[in-house]
Structures are given as C-alpha cells and as structure tokens.
Ligand binder design. Structure first.
Ligand SMILES: Nc1ncnc2c1ncn2[C@@H]1O[C@H](COP(=O)(O)OP(=O)(O)OP(=O)(O)O)[C@@H](O)[C@H]1O
Length: 572
C-alpha cells in the first residue's frame, strides 16, 4: 500500500510535540474565579479607608489595620490577582491547544484509517479546512469561553451575597438586572450558532471546490471553462462573505445589547446609592442608613458584578464557533468502513517473504448503501508465484476484490488467506508490508522525483530509488529537469507517472505480492506493452494479481479469471 503514503518535504522538520501532562482546564478556570473574587476584599479595604478619611463609617483600626497597611494590602491583593489571572489564562490556553492537538491527531488517524471503499469520506479540501483553520476555533472556546462561563456563575452570586447584608435594595437591583443578560445571550446564541455552522459549512465547501478545481486546472483550460469556474468561485466567495458578515453582525449585536443591560444595572445601583446617601431614598439598608464607606463598597462591587457577564457576552460567539468546530472534528473522527488493522506500524525494514499463495473463500461484500452486493460467495485459489488476471466488464467487482485482498475493508462474509494466514484485524498490517498496489492514476506529490519513489520509507535509500528509476526507464527525467515534479505529476505523461509507480514497487525489497488495478488503462498500445513488460519482469518470483479490461495484458498472465457483470459465483 505504498502509494497512499504522503511524501514529506525534505526540508520539513517534525516539531517536537508537547507531551507533558498539563493540569486540567478546571484548575485554570477555578484560579480565574479566585482571582476575580479577590476584588471583594480589595473593594472592602478601599471603601473602609475612604470612608475613614471622610470621617464616616468604621475605621481600619477596628480591624487591626491602619491606612498604610490597608493600602499595602490592596496593592498586594492586586498583584496576587494579576498573577493568578495571568497564570490561569496561560494554563487554560496551553491546555486548550493540547486538547486541539489531541482531537486533530484523532481525526487525522481516523481519516488515514478510513477505507478507500468508503464513499462517505469527506472531500480532502473539507477535511483540510476542518483540521486546519476551523479547528482553531476550539482554542478560544475552551480557553476563554468555558472559564468565563464558570466566572459568570460564581462571581455575581458571591457579590450579591456580599452586598445583601449591607443593602438589600442594591442586591435586589442587581438581581433584577442580571437575568436579562443570560436571557438575551441565550436568544442571540441560538441564532449565532446556526449562523456559525452555516459559515463553517460554507468555508469547507469553498475549500473543497477550490482544491478540486485546482486539481483539474488543465482540464478546465482544455474545456474552455475558465470563465465559468471563476464565476462559480466568485459566487461561492460571495456566499461565504455574506455568511461571515451574518456571524459578525450577531456577535456585535450581542455585545451591544449586553453592554446596554450592564450599564443600566450599574447606573441603577449608582442612582440608588447616591439618592440614599442624600437622604432621598432612605430605605434598603436594613432599617439604618448607609455610611459613605458602605455605599462606596456597594458601588465598587456593582461593575464587578456585571463584568463576568460582559466578558461572557463578548466571547459568546466563540461558543458557537467552538462547538461547531468540535462537532466537525468529531464527525471527521467517525468511521464507517475502516482499513483492517490500520494502526499497525509500517516503518520496519524487512526481508522479502516468499511469494504467497492467496486463497479467497466464499467472499461476500456489499458497498455501504449499495442495493446489490458487489461480490457474492466468491472463492478462488491462487498459487504462490502465480500471475493471474481478473478480467471482466466495468462494475464487475475487480477493484473491490483487490481491495479485499489488501484488507482495505473487511469482507462481509468469507475470508482472504495469504500464505495460509487468514487476513484479520490482528495481522492485516504486517501482511500488507509485503503487498504493493499499483493503480491506473498513481498520485505524484509535488517535490523531487527521488522522494516520490522513496516516499520517505526509511528502509529505501536514494541509491535504491535511483536504480528503480533507471530500471523503469526514467533516468532522463532525473537528470533532465533537476528531478523536480509538480503537484499531481504535472509535467509527466500518464505512462511516465505509471513508471514512477513501478519504481515505487521495485525500490521496496519487501514486496512479494503485487496487486495491479487497471495498470494499462488509457495508455497507447506501445506504452501499455512497456508497462506490462516492466510489471512482469518485476513480478518474477512474486505473486501478481491484475484487474484489467485489457485482453492483451490479461493474456500475458498465467491464468485469467473471468468476472461476469452479475453477482459472482464460485470460480476455480
Ligand atoms: N465506494 C463505493 N461505494 C459504493 N459502491 C461502489 C463503490 N465502489 C464501487 N462500487 C460499486 O461496486 C461495484 C463494483 O465496482 P468495482 O469498482 O469493484 O468494479 P470494477 O470491475 O473494478 O470496475 P472498473 O473496471 O470500471 O474499475 C460497482 O457496481 C460499483 O458501482
């Protein structure tokens, strides 16, 4: 299964992953709450000192403090608060990045393990967009929104409890103003989430569209469809712009509405305290009158009461984007049809195993969602070292059979035996090390020709790759163009791309079973013959199974197994 390996750029160096365990996010959120609560003693001390200076209320001396020690305590509390807040913010951010990395790794692993037969696999552009920029939305959601939510629950409650013994009227004003904020946040939040999901879907679809069209640029030019494609791209970009503006509009609207309610709440408390101190509103202080210090204490706490709610509202749209991104990553991690034993480590050098015998016993397989089985009760015995052709019309199940032999999907019934070992979830990975796959359109990565052959398999050196390229008749490309290839093999003919795929096989000493899916389709007769010659030369001493429509290629094999279009029955 060499072709599916991704060629890394020779210059790219893997970054060292942070693996040390971090304290849980809850600790960071808890420390942020604690930092916010430190404002309570700070406000009390400030109110006490100012009240004392004005000669009203209790003096700091009543609590064993003087003005200087009170000021010092306020400063120390402020420093501790800033340090705690900074440390907790950093902790939450690092933990959020770690969670994002874990989710990304899980989604990437699930994507890599998804069977090529799974037609539900997301388009590469969509998957890249979710793993890349969309995934980033998780970081502000986890590191800012969640701690802010905890703060918005605990801090206002603590402040009301502190204000209540001083003035029940001020506490009631706060309690009346506070619920308006969550109610509006919920109303706006539902709309924001829908808008954010629509925007993420739009972004993914535009990425998919762009990637697809870039891949088919040559065809688009050849068909004279450049203008139409550009128009369609403009439309997609315009739709995305509208959706992005909708998300931003909601975000700004929510902030403005919530600022308004917070400002009204603070103003109401300030008006009450002011008039109370002037003797106009003499109620609300448990039968007495508030001193200047007590009034100041309540006034200092009023903005702090609304602050966590305002913080929460300003990052409210992070919730929508973050939850949509979490869902998108989770969907990416879901797997319908998986490659058998996909986790197995493939990075080991190994000697070539003897050519294996392959036995298919009562194999049955239906593609997900298909009404008819692609393969039904199919049995076949292939001798070690035999060269065999699956020959039949399009849709008769040739490629599906090859995929089942390679363990790219589990059979519904029956079994595949390679060298008498039944292919299953425990051994498919190690058996696949001796299997090579060659298809009709091998993927060529942008980069140099040598890395396109080695595919960064550590056991294949540059010398091996050079020899394999020479054997495949590609030395002239290696020398002529500096060995550099464009994305998707641009600059190579179809026959040359197949030769690169052949070089990938021949450079790997471990291969003893070759599965070739239509290797000569779309080639002219001379190139098809050359490719068949190379394939057969390499297949000496190995087992070769070819799926083909090409009668010339089929007749060069030791045996032809004809697969009729209708569901297959036992053969051979
Ligand atoms: N990923 C898939 N999801 C659903 N159905 C599929 C999928 N791949 C193939 N099929 C269906 O399974 C049947 C067998 O397909 P398969 O590709 O194995 O045939 P084939 O003989 O290799 O055809 P061709 O020669 O055209 O490549 C066809 O009816 C096809 O439509």
């Amino acid at each position: 299964m060499r072709e599916s390996s991704v060629a890394r750029s020779p210059r790219s160096r893997p970054r060292k992953a942070r693996t040390e365990p971090l304290p849980p996010m809850r600790l960071g959120a808890g420390l942020q709450v604690l930092a916010a609560l430190l404002w309570l003693p700070q406000a009390a001390l400030i109110a006490l000192v100012i009240g004392d200076l004005a000669g009203q209320g209790r003096a700091p001396e009543d609590f064993g403090l003087n003005a200087a020690t009170s000021a010092l305590a306020v400063a120390i509390l402020g420093i501790v608060r800033a340090l705690l807040d900074g440390y907790a913010g950093r902790l939450c951010f690092r933990r959020a990045r770690q969670i994002l990395s874990e989710r990304r790794a899980k989604a990437a692993k699930a994507l890599a393990a998804r069977s090529p037969l799974d037609s539900g696999r997301p388009a590469s552009g969509v998957a890249a967009s979710i793993l890349g920029e969309q995934g980033e939305a998780i970081v502000p959601y986890l590191s800012r929104y969640r701690p802010a939510r905890l703060k918005a629950v605990i801090v206002p409650l603590a402040i009301v409890l502190a204000v209540f013994p001083v003035s029940w009227a001020a506490a009631i004003v706060l309690l009346i103003a506070a619920p308006l904020i969550p109610v509006f946040m919920a109303l706006i939040g539902w709309r924001a989430q829908a808008a954010s999901e629509a925007q993420l879907a739009g972004l993914g679809s535009m990425n998919g569209f762009l990637l697809d069209r870039l891949r088919g640029l040559a065809t688009i030019r050849a068909m004279g469809a450049v203008d139409r494609t550009a128009k369609r791209l403009r439309q997609e970009a315009e739709t995305l712009r509208t959706r992005t503006m909708a998300v931003l509009r909601i975000a700004f609207l929510s902030s403005a509405v919530l600022e308004l309610f917070a400002a009204l709440g603070v103003a109401m408390v300030a008006v009450y305290i002011g008039f109370h101190l002037l003797g106009q509103l003499p109620f609300g202080a448990w039968g007495g009158r508030l001193s200047l210090g007590e009034g100041l204490f309540v006034l200092l706490l009023a903005p702090a009461f609304f602050e966590p709610l305002r913080d929460l509202s300003s990052i409210w749209h992070d919730r929508a984007a973050g939850e949509a991104a979490l869902k998108a990553l989770d969907d990416l991690s879901a797997m319908d049809v998986a490659v058998l034993n996909a986790d197995a480590d493939d990075q080991r050098k190994g000697a070539r195993a003897p050519a294996p015998a392959v036995r298919l016993e009562n194999l049955a397989f239906a593609h997900a969602g298909a009404e008819q089985a692609a393969i039904e009760e199919f049995s076949l015995s292939i001798e070690a070292g035999e060269k065999i052709a699956f020959f039949g019309p399009s849709g008769s199940g040739k490629s599906t059979l090859l995929a089942l032999i390679a363990g790219l999907a589990p059979a519904d019934r029956g079994c595949v035996r390679i060298s008498e070992q039944s292919l299953d979830e425990t051994n498919a990975g190690s058996l696949r090390r001796q299997i090579a796959w060659i298809g009709q359109t091998p993927h060529i990565f942008a980069g140099d020709l040598i890395s396109n052959v080695t595919l960064h398999r550590p056991w294949i050196g540059a010398d091996n790759a050079q020899r394999a390229l020479a054997a495949a008749g590609l030395s002239h490309i290696l020398e002529g163009r500096d060995g550099h290839l464009g994305e998707g093999g641009s600059g190579l003919s179809g026959g040359e791309a197949l030769r690169v795929a052949l070089a990938r096989l021949t450079a790997d000493p471990r291969i003893s079973l070759i599965l070739a899916d239509e290797p000569t389709a779309h080639l002219d007769s001379q190139t098809a013959k050359d490719i068949a010659d190379h394939l057969l030369a390499f297949a000496k001493g190995r087992t070769l199974i070819v799926a083909t429509h090409d009668p010339l290629l089929a007749h060069r094999m030791d045996r032809i197994v004809y697969l009729p279009k209708s569901a297959m029955r036992a053969v051979a």
